[in-house]
Design a protein around this ligand. Sequence first.
Ligand code: ADP
Length: 574
Amino acid sequence: MSKAKVTIGQVFKTIIWPRKKLLFIGLILIVISRAAGLVPPWATKPFMDDILVKGDMEKLPMLLVMVTAAILVQAATSYLLTRILSVEAQHLISQLRSKVQKHLLRLPIRFFDNQKSGALVSRVMNDVEGVRNLVGTGLVQLIGGILTAIISVGFLININPWMTLFILLPMGIFGVVTLKAFAYIRPVFRERGKITAEVTGRLTETLNGVRVIKGFNAEPQEIKVFEAGVEKLFLNVKKSLTSTSLVTNLGTFLVGLASVGIMALSGHFKLTAGDFLQFTMFMVFMIAPIVQMSNIGSQLTEAFAGLDRTEELMNTPVEDDGTERTIQLGSVKGEIEFKNVSFSYEEGKPVLKNISFTAPAGSVTALVGTSGSGKTTIAGLAASFLNPETGTITIDGVDQSKISLDSYRSQLGVVLQDDFLFEGTIRENILFPRPNATHADLQMAVKAAFVNEFTDRFELGLDTVIGERGVKLSGGQRQRIAIARAILANPRILILDEATSNLDTESESYIQNSLKTLMQGRTTFVIAHRLSTIRQADQILVIEDGRIEERGKHEELIEKKGRYFELYTYQARI
Ligand code: ADP
């Protein structure tokens, strides 16, 4: 993924401007709130000088009413601000999450090969959270704070311009330090999202692979990796925590320093008690937003860092943006031809070299060969998960690279080893490629794949929940569900990666029979492990080191006494 840096201009255009009305209302509210907030400090002078010192009690009720009203207005506006802006921010977060997830699902398989799924989860869920601070009350508070600070300066100058000048100097220093600090913190926050994603990703993998970890007694190793990860996260948080705290406390220190100076100067300028108190209060009102700005500044920095990472993902090109792949396939016969197809995952390391063959419509092509020879890669190319580096693949004579992926994949079905079943009922798992299938179609698929053979024994039948919180199924049962799903989807082109796991003889015969039904009349590519499947194949391609070493039917290849014969006798002996 390319590094992206989101600019203020982009954020303004895509996030702030579309919400200008809401943010404007927010701004008005904050101005009202801040103006109301200025009433109590202002009231200190008449209270001290007129009421307490001069004993002018007539002014008291009016003053009390004003202060009470001001407090009330502050509370109400603050509530409305949350109601309007925080809610909008959360709405935006959910919209962004959906947008990122949608983009993610349109990325090519190759992208997922190189990413931890846990890390991607963090991308979708956490990285967008930061915008809360942009649209939520953060930005508006910042602007409100600046306004209050400016108005306070006006009041301060009105009381005593020299003393005002005196306190503005430390504030200037503070401002410069703050800006410098945020330039330093932004990459730290950016890094944090990455580390969090990494650590979460590894933890997810650890939990998913708990059997292997326990089986190899590898817990100490995992604990070490995790500890190193959280330590890295800790160091990152420490960095931002200490620099933010440095900024905030520098602010507090400078405020204190200014107060001391004011004390000294107030004697010199002969302020009244009320003037002194009012000056101090306004000073706090000027400084508080500046200190608060340092907090909001760090929130905004975090938001930008999160958006940077989201942008990185959003900039990754999708597998079909509709510009190159413009042909919509209607119904197809399903003849697939590979013409001089070469492919490599990494530059300079060819995995497939000049593969050419034709799979006639409705035929079964078995791919056999040692592990790592390139069978899965050929199947991946046929499934359009990968694209040829050179050469072409055609479907009914049409170049696959020009066909819209949606329209191609609507003709495609895949049954993979360890097939993907999700939490839910067996019915939902079978219906998932065709949620609106009729009852009759569902029943047909269930019978053809012998799923009813075991679901009939369950009290809830097809409505039995499977997965972590449901019934645990055997490997053979899971495979049969995957096969029923593919039969129901009724694809023209089928990619089959036969499970290698040894099944008991009864399951084996159920699966053989259901696979037979499944392959019937479809152009099938099968990474075959069962002799029964291979024997039935219309053509066998023996793959060796990325090339087709031999091709033909079972009997022909046996007679030839070549590579296939070697593989066959080797397999038959074990
Ligand atoms: P088979 O299915 O016959 O076992 P594959 O098609 O999976 O073989 O792999 C062929 C070669 O490509 C192997 O050398 C393997 O290491 C390599 N390979 C497979 N997938 C990837 C990948 N995602 N990235 C890099 N190399 C890969």
